[in-house]
Design a protein around this ligand. Structure first.
Ligand SMILES: Cc1cc2nc3c(=O)[nH]c(=O)nc-3n(C[C@H](O)[C@H](O)[C@H](O)COP(=O)(O)O)c2cc1C
Length: 197
């Protein structure tokens, strides 16, 4: 009798972008990642919008409950196996909107805990690299486990053009590197969950 192949484990990834602007290059990275995930069996990416979240104010917490929009966000993070951050650099760090979202989901119970994560970024110069290292530091307290490699930084402004006028990633080399990040995140998430040999 022929052996049946084990089913491919499904990993659900929540994708968050630190930029709120419509033409965000970083959100363009997440659209590209979602597109690339179609060629990775078992990897499912859902974009989670952080723009509706209010500024964190613990006065909005009533008897351990959160405003509905915050609760909906927290549930999306809780339901995910791992997190993909697109984290632009504002003044050498993560953006205010992203930190705000992180802080809401860190309130008790901390819904980031024990999840795998990856971070990518694009922008000028270092391509958002300093933001990535601050985000990794934040992850220490949250018990978020970032893949170490590959790292992905993309200088958005160095010719040839990396994005079209709608903020879509059009650079094939960058797409290939982005796919390597996704493959690494998939493998690491399985390792963390004890689902691989
Ligand atoms: C408030 C602010 C601060 C910024 N600080 C930095 C910075 O420290 N380093 C850097 O390389 N780019 C900095 N930038 C540029 C952004 O990282 C860059 O425009 C990036 O493309 C923004 O991401 P987005 O295209 O996804 O919106 C800053 C932009 C803003 C609005």
């Amino acid at each position: 009798m022929a052996a049946t192949a084990a089913p491919t484990p499904v990993i659900k990834v929540a994708a968050l972008c630190g930029s709120l602007r419509k033409g965000s290059y970083n959100r363009g990275l997440l659209r590209a990642a979602k597109d690339l995930s179609k060629s990775i069996s078992g990897l499912e990416i859902e974009y989670v919008d952080i723009s509706p979240l209010p500024f964190l104010n613990t006065d909005l917490e009533v008897n351990g409950t959160y405003p509905p929009v915050v609760e909906a966000f927290r549930q999306k993070i809780l339901a995910a196996d791992s997190i993909l951050f697109a984290s632009p650099e504002y003044n050498y760090s993560v953006t205010g909107p992203l930190k705000n979202a992180i802080d809401w989901a860190s309130r008790p119970p901390n819904v980031w805990a024990d999840k795998a994560a990856a971070v990518v970024s694009t922008g000028g110069g270092f391509g958002g690299g300093r933001s990535q290292y601050h985000l990794r530091q934040i992850g220490v307290y949250l018990d978020l486990h970032f893949i170490n490699k590959p790292e992905f930084f993309l200088n958005a402004f160095q010719p040839p053009a990396k994005f079209d006028s709608d903020g879509n990633l059009i650079d094939d080399a960058a797409k290939a590197k982005l796919k390597d990040v996704l493959l690494s995140l998939y493998a690491f998430t399985l390792r963390l969950q004890g689902k691989c040999a």
